[in-house]
Write a protein that binds this ligand. Sequence first.
Ligand SMILES: [Zn+2]
Length: 252
Amino acid sequence: MIPAAYYPTSGLGDHLMSTDIMADLRDTVDSLCDPHQIREPRWTWDHNRHKKQLPDHVVILPGLLQQLADIVYPGSPPDNGAGPTARPVPSSRPPLRMDAASAHLSIVMAVTRWHVSLGLELRDTLESSVRQILGRIAVEDSDTQAVLLAEMRSWQRQAEVICGWKDPDPQLQVPCPHCADRQLRVNTATVTARCGNCGARWAEDEDPHTGLYSIGVLARHIADHQRTAKAGADRVRQAERERKQRATGKVA
Ligand SMILES: [Zn+2]
C-alpha cells in the first residue's frame, strides 16, 4: 500500500484520477506477477442419491508473466524464491512458440525501458522488476501513470490470449489512421481499440495527452475508409464492364 501523501497533489481532480489509476495499476501488476487460486466445487451422490459436496478442487496458477515464461522456456524456475532447482528441466523440449517468445521479449524490453526512464536498477526477476516500477510510479504525474497502465494492460491482454485465457480481439482490415499498418484490433467488451504496430489506442473517454483517442473518431475513419474502398471497387468493376463491352462490341 502506497501512502496517500505520495500521490501528486496538483489538483483535487488529478489526485482522484491518480488514486484510480494507482488502484488499476496494482490490480494489473497482481495479475501479471502474483499466483492465484482457482477453486472448483466438486460433488458426489451417495447410495440414497443425495448430492454430497466433496472438498473443492484447488489449482494454484502462477502469475501471467510466469505462465508466459513457462511457454517460452519450459522448465524455468517459478518466482517463488525456491531457487533454480524448483522445477525439473524436461529432456525433450516442445517447439518454440514464436508469439509467446516475441510477447515475452517485448515485455522484458518495455520493463527495462521503464527502469531506465525512472532511474531504477533492474531486479533478479521480471516480476520483482515490475513490482519495483509499481512502487516508484506513485510519485510520478498521472499522465505517466496512465501511460504505464495502458502498457501493462496490453502485457496482461497479450499474456491472457497467448496462455489461452482469452480469445484474441477481432482484427480490422482497415489501415491505422496514424501509421497506416493494418493491425487495428477492437475489444467489443470494453469498447476500445488499439493498433498492434504503433500502439495508438482509442476509447470512449479520450485523453490525447496519453495517446488515447476518441473511439468515435476511429469509427468515422473506418466508415470513410469503407466508403473510399467501395468507390474504388465500383470504379474497377465499371472499367472492367466497359473493357468487355469494347472487346465484344455488345452493350450489356
Ligand atoms: Zn498504428
